[in-house]
Design a protein. Structure first.
Length: 737
């Protein structure tokens, strides 16, 4: 059962009468960029109230953000402070109990990482020499257990900088791994050190450190304080941790109230509740609403992390044998790396936060990109001597391509700025979806986004200058005969390779440039505005084709091969919103969905697939219902929102994110100042929802037994812009402009 808050995630369970929980925190990257867990805690009570199943109760109290475990007049409350990195365990019992809390570490020794185990770090399938997960420091201190990991001097940052020929500017680059120390302290009143012990859990050996009750008690508290910093001296980390602990004394009761209030406000901000008439637990329509809340809860657990919630498990991965019995690795394992942020996957984790109104939670993802702007601009300068920020698809947390995907065995004369990779070559455009999120902070929350302007313009400038640079490498002219950029070689997602004028790239350039000019007109310098208008004139038009005499969107003007199974020919529908209900020429987008052979062949609900979103955006109610039920129904695991592994890992956060987006789009869309309700929602699905629209608009509405009711619109004057599309045919939707 997942639990969390602020930037901390726990997995809690009771096994053979003992409570266990793993705990993780945003940003705990080791030398090799593995996202390390901080440890496992085991709590044993004597006499044991949980030794049998009768009357046992374990509940995640979503509304207030805590877990209750109760049996035999004993109650445990497990919760995480949203505002300070502290985990709380509170025990109350009718009889006095002895408690032993054990900190269990599988990093009690240096552990070689071999074969597929390296998929958890940035070396993946191409380690350079022996890879060792170095042991942590764990010790008894002041009647508690202190534990931490401090990165050794050489990290994968140094290796990647050398590999990718960036050494001339290394001292100018952000290095998030150097001198990074993370860990914490487990403590409680009435507890003292009680020895250590060896053990094995799911075939991974560990060492346990006990702290036990000095005398049995009816009340026990346990706190785990976490601290992370980057400093030349370990003493700085130790002093920071001590200072945090001393500043936290006697604040637990208020911290608990503040945390409950935060979760209450979180749930009031937005929701989607669903059911059919006489709904039951097994009803898939009920399940998709339940799982929408459960997954949003998991996202809320890393509301304020220094780093974004990872698509491949977030803070909630468990022993890998439960995902794949052949992967007998430590609990730190996840597929597709720890500090590697795959943009196409990450975007699906963060886009749903727009309509759920979770703008405060988006800062981790957006500020992450902004922090890497300098490193990305240095890439452009070092390799090609032009301007702009060059971001790649498989991006390390220091802004360079993943070293394994960059490839170690490269032709001698190959461009050092390029990934030598069939999937990723020339795929630079995924950064624009995060630029779109930045712009939507203004569009939806009416925030001042001037701090993002230089970042967005730098990303646009890269395309402008790089494709003129490539054209001049091939010949005399930088632009085509119409004065437009020649976006070749390019890429349509990871799928359509060696593409000429990819539609996903063109749509991104068109929308981002237009949105920046319109949304920030009064916040742009005269120079920036003039540049953007000039650049806009160089963006090529979208490409179209014909299938069975039907006009369709195509992936690109041309391409040489198909490498994956994304459908970028529909990206002008989502995320770019050029086509959709209330927008011109919906027919062309519908034709693409209906007739494009690849779009049909690749259709699926698994993982990052977004057919559920396309169908909703196109107003295809039956198809949207089908794919959103497939995506958001209960997973095969105990916790129903632990989907996956899909293409990635368990829990699959881009699976859940895509599902949230699809459900939101079924309920609420906008075009040209109009707000469309139920644009792809079945009449026989009861729903009560509260979602956010542009210009700080909040809409709460319900559909019960075929009758719709608008409960509340903020601001009230927006009510006149609402159009109810429930039960409207697709032919009628085509006519809406």
């Amino acid at each position: 059962m997942p639990l969390g808050g602020g930037d901390i995630g726990l997995n809690a369970w009771v096994e053979k009468g003992d409570l266990y929980f793993y705990f993780s925190r945003s940003g705990t990257f080791d030398e090799h960029n593995t996202l390390l867990k901080l440890g496992r805690v085991k709590v044993t009570l004597t006499p044991n109230p949980f030794k049998d199943n009768e009357g046992f109760h374990q509940e995640l109290v979503l509304k207030d953000g805590y877990i209750i475990i109760a049996q035999n007049n004993t109650k445990i409350k497990l919760w995480v402070d949203v505002f300070k990195p502290v985990i709380h365990f509170d025990l109350e019992s009718k009889t006095a109990l002895k408690m032993t809390a054990s900190y269990e570490s599988w990093r009690h020794i240096n552990r070689p990482s071999k074969g597929k185990a390296n998929n958890a770090n940035s070396y993946k399938w191409a380690p350079q020499g022996e890879i060792i997960t170095y042991k942590d420091s764990v010790s008894f201190e002041n009647n508690g257990v202190k534990f931490y990991h401090r990165n050794r001097e050489k990290t994968v940052f140094d290796v990647a900088v050398k590999q990718q020929k960036m050494e001339s500017v290394k001292d100018q680059m952000l290095n998030p791994l150097a001198n990074l120390t993370f860990g914490g302290f487990m403590t409680g009143d009435n507890l003292k050190p009680d020895g250590n012990y060896p053990g094995k859990y799911q075939n991974t050996d560990f060492k346990g450190f006990n702290i036990s009750s000095i005398k049995p008690s009816k009340k026990q508290e346990l706190q785990i304080h976490l601290f992370t910093n980057q400093s030349a001296e370990t003493a700085s980390w130790e002093n920071g941790l001590k200072s945090q602990i001393s500043g936290y004394k006697n604040t637990s009761k208020q911290a608990e109230k503040n945390t409950i209030k935060w979760w209450n406000n979180f749930w009031n901000r937005s929701f989607i509740f669903t059911q059919k008439n006489q709904s039951s637990e097994k009803d898939s329509v009920y399940q998709i609403g339940k799982n929408y809340q459960l997954f949003r809860y998991m996202l809320g657990c890393n509301a304020y992390g220094k780093y974004p919630t990872k698509f491949n498990g977030g803070l909630f991965t468990v022993d890998p044998v439960f995902t794949n019995p052949d992967l007998n690795f430590t609990p730190d394992f996840r597929n597709w790396g720890g500090g590697t942020m795959t943009a196409q996957n990450q975007r699906l984790v963060y886009f749903p936060m727009i309509k759920s109104g979770d703008f405060d939670m988006m800062k981790s993802q957006l500020d992450y990109y902004v922090s890497l702007q300098k490193n990305a601009e240095l890439r452009s300068q070092v390799y090609w001597k032009h301007g702009g920020a060059s971001f790649t698809e498989q991006l390390e947390n220091f802004g360079l391509p993943n070293p394994a995907e960059y490839e170690w065995k490269r032709p001698a004369d190959y461009d050092p700025g390029m990934e030598y990779n069939a999937w990723l070559e020339y795929e630079w455009d995924t950064v624009f979806e995060f630029c779109q999120m930045m712009l939507q902070q203004k569009e939806f929350a009416e925030e001042d986004i001037q701090k993002y302007n230089s970042f967005i313009i730098s990303c646009l400038r890269f395309f402008d200058e790089h494709y003129q640079y490539l054209a001049k490498q091939r010949g005399r002219k930088a632009l085509d005969g119409n004065g437009k950029l020649i976006l070749f070689p390019g890429s349509g997602a990871e799928t359509y390779k060696m593409a000429n004028n990819s539609n996903s790239t063109i749509a991104a350039l068109q929308v981002i440039t237009a949105n920046l000019l319109s949304l920030s007109a009064n916040q742009l310098s005269v120079e920036d505005s003039a540049y953007l208008i000039d650049f806009q004139s160089r963006i090529p038009p979208l490409n179209f084709g014909k299938i069975e005499n039907h006009k369709v969107l195509v992936p690109a003007k041309s391409w040489e091969r198909v490498n994956n199974s994304e459908v970028p020919q529909l990206y002008p529908v989502y995320p770019w919103g050029i086509y959709g209900i209330g927008k011109p020429d919906l027919e062309t987008a519908l034709n693409t969905w209906k007739y494009d052979p690849d779009a049909i062949k690749f259709r699926s609900h698994i993982g990052w697939k977004q057919d559920n979103i396309f169908a909703a955006r196109l107003g295809l109610t039956e198809e949207a219902a089908k794919y959103n039920v497939l995506k958001m129904s209960d997973s095969e695991r105990r916790f129903p929102a632990f989907w996956g592994p899909g293409f990635d890992w368990v829990p699959d956060h881009n699976w859940g994110g895509a599902g949230m987006i699809g459900m939101q789009e079924m309920l609420l869309q906008e075009a040209n100042g109009k707000i469309y309700l139920f644009p792809a929602w079945p009449k026989n699905w009861n729903v009560h929802f509260k979602l956010h629209a542009s210009n700080n608009t909040i809409i709460e509405a319900e559909l019960q037994n075929g009758i719709t009711k608008i409960i509340k619109v903020i601001p009230k004057e927006k009510e006149k812009d609402i159009i109810n599309l429930l039960g409207i045919s697709i032919e009628e939707k085509k006519k809406i402009h």
